[in-house]
Design a protein around this ligand. Sequence first.
Ligand SMILES: [Zn+2]
Length: 258
Amino acid sequence: MFVDTHFHLNMIEETIEKQIQTIKNSIYEGLKTGTNIYTSPDALEQNKDILPELEELGIKIACGWYPEYTPSNEIIEKLEEVIKKYNVFAIGEIGLEYYRMHKPKNEQIELFEMQMELARKLKKPVIIHSRDAFEDTINVLRKYKDVSGIIHCFSGTKEMIKHYLDIGYYISFAGNLTFKNARDLHEAIKYVPIDNIFFETDAPFLAPTPFRGQKNYPHFVKYTYAFAAQLLNVDLNELVFTVKENWERFLNQYSSLK
Ligand SMILES: [Zn+2]
């Protein structure tokens, strides 16, 4: 019974029917719950017909402006509107993408900060995307110490982990953890207390070994759990149970704020 904190159903399949089929199949294959992420309010609205079904299946929804959009008050108002209208659980993925520079750094930081501001106002957790942008990311997060959430698809060093943990974030590892050459990551995960760990697929991207290079699905998260259990020298069932508890604690932390 695995939790996958990050997948994109609308990028796995185009039609709502196929998306429902996909998530039901993943649940059949052992997925317990997780978060379906929309990278813009428009993407969420285009797929809104799936939301009642996902709610019934216990799947959470996140939505945020991915760091490729131009910051403005209008787009933040739009995000606030869909969050309220569709019972969106978390704001994300938001953050900084310096590997594929869709927008200059200053615009990305501005959009990121506006969404952190919104998270503070609405008392929502955030799901953070940070690629080749650690310094700027941590500087923004430190400005919003009353906001917290998940560092999605962590790839970095143990020093970075320490900084994220200091400000109360959970660290989520994706399928790239299982790649043979990800030695830094294999070392870094050992520095995350088991109570702060999550796993995710980022499906349809980043399929874990043995599916590397293929389309990814939420239930493939089990391969990442299995790999991590070996790496951390813990029992797989214990790891699965602990992450499930982390997830419940994370949800409760935010539902009690309302
Ligand atoms: Zn993603």
